[in-house]
Design a protein around this ligand. Structure first.
Ligand SMILES: NC(=O)c1ccc[n+]([C@@H]2O[C@H](COP(=O)([O-])OP(=O)(O)OC[C@H]3O[C@@H](n4cnc5c(N)ncnc54)[C@H](O)[C@@H]3O)[C@@H](O)[C@H]2O)c1
Length: 352
């Protein structure tokens, strides 16, 4: 297959492309605008690879996207490009609406235009696979897990923009027959994640001897999945998923945020004893406005129908992740640019 990956210079997209180049015969075209979160040095060895091409473009630029379809004639689109940080979505929702909603719409329209021009056999095999999040389902109480038929109830500008894109995707299938796939994944962690997200932020702050800011009392629960397991799920869904179907992808690793931070501190005490005990750096800070209390996914459908299982346990994945950040401080420095791991997404002190 010739796969057009959007957002391939980001955290999950780069893990997917590294895996596709290493473990599959597929060709990859990476379309990425290289926002603050997109970095080509997350793809070592890709430049110059015979099965890889990169195009710097915005998914909202219809003409640029059309040119990519014309030049590269993909068999599938794997759509990951997005604005992804909930705290940033509270400060600047416009960027989230533009990329996640309008950009996804433009990409869908250009995919439809291209798909309609394909010969019958290629059109039948074509897939548009959208990568979405468990956050579209909203927040859970102490029990229960989201299934594919759980109602959408997003709460943040980020999750609302992702939910909107999922609705557009379904409409493009229902109204125009575009063969689509949708997957909703829980919180990912692993190498090459931009240090604004919980796990790399905590690791880098701990290494710098800076406070580890835990929102509220750290009671919020997330279901964690190692990024390479997500990439394997995406490949499986693309190759074997039924068009029109939705698949939840979750690690079954529910943890309170404070537990995750303590786990990281224990690993750092072992692997980087200077500065131990790192847990002394934990600092409780004001909660995120509207913070969803718990997400958990039922991943039974992808397990039953496609035989997917995560290969990494939370213990083994977190250890790999800490080791990776310890060995890649230079990558962290390069990608942070002007960002200083400062607090984002707090309400501004209003007029007066
Ligand atoms: N990280 C998670 O835990 C998680 C969980 C479930 C789903 N997802 C979804 O997976 C996808 C990838 O997430 P991630 O964590 O790798 O994100 P990321 O923020 O690390 O990377 C996003 C990538 O998209 C690119 N991009 C942003 N706007 C673009 C635009 N307008 N045009 C072209 N490229 C653009 C960026 O340059 C970057 O390379 C997103 O759609 C996200 O909603 C993420």
């Amino acid at each position: 297959m010739n796969i057009l990956v959007t957002g391939g210079a980001g955290f999950i997209g780069s893990a997917l492309i590294r895996q596709l180049l290493a473990e599959s015969p597929h060709r990859v075209v990476n379309l990425d605008k290289l926002s603050y979160a997109g970095h080509l040095d997350s793809l070592p060895g890709a430049a110059g690879h015979p099965r890889y091409a990169f195009v710097q473009a915005d998914i909202g630029d219809a003409e640029a996207v059309r040119a990519v379809f014309r030049e590269h004639a993909p068999d599938a689109v794997l759509h990951l490009a997005a604005e992804t940080h909930v705290d940033r979505s509270l400060d600047d929702p416009e960027a989230f609406v533009q990329t996640n909603l309008v950009g996804s719409y433009r990409l869908l329209q250009e995919s439809l235009r291209y798909w309609r021009g394909l010969p019958a056999a290629r059109a039948a095999a074509f897939r548009f696979h959208q990568v979405s999040t468990d956050e579209v389902y909203g927040s859970l109480g102490a029990t229960g897990r989201f299934r594919e038929d759980s109602p959408y109830a997003p709460t943040s500008p980020y999750s609302a923009s992702k939910a909107g894109a999922d609705h557009l995707l379904r409409a493009w299938q229902h109204s125009y027959g575009l063969p689509v796939l949708l997957s909703n994944c829980s919180n990912n962690y692993g190498p090459y994640q931009f240090p604004e997200k919980l796990i790399p932020l905590m690791i880098l702050n701990a290494l710098a001897g800076q406070p580890l800011p835990v929102y509220g009392r750290g009671e919020h629960v997330r279901d964690w999945l190692y990024v390479d397991d997500h990439a394997r799920a995406l490949r499986l869904i693309l190759e074997r998923g039924q068009p029109g179907e939705q698949y939840n992808v979750g690690g079954g690793n529910e943890r309170r945020n404070l537990e995750v931070v303590h786990h990281l501190c224990a690993l750092l005490d072992e692997l980087h004893p200077q500065g131990a005990p790192h847990a002394r750096l934990i600092a409780f800070v004001p909660d995120r406005p509207g913070h969803d209390s718990r997400y958990a996914l039922d991943a039974g459908k992808i397990e039953r129908e496609l035989g997917w299982r995560p290969q990494e346990s939370f213990d083994s994945g977190l250890r790999k992740t800490v080791l990776w950040y310890l060995e890649h401080r230079d990558w962290c420095e390069r990608v942070q640019g002007a960002y200083r791991r400062e607090r984002l997404g707090l309400p501004s002190p209003g007029p007066g």
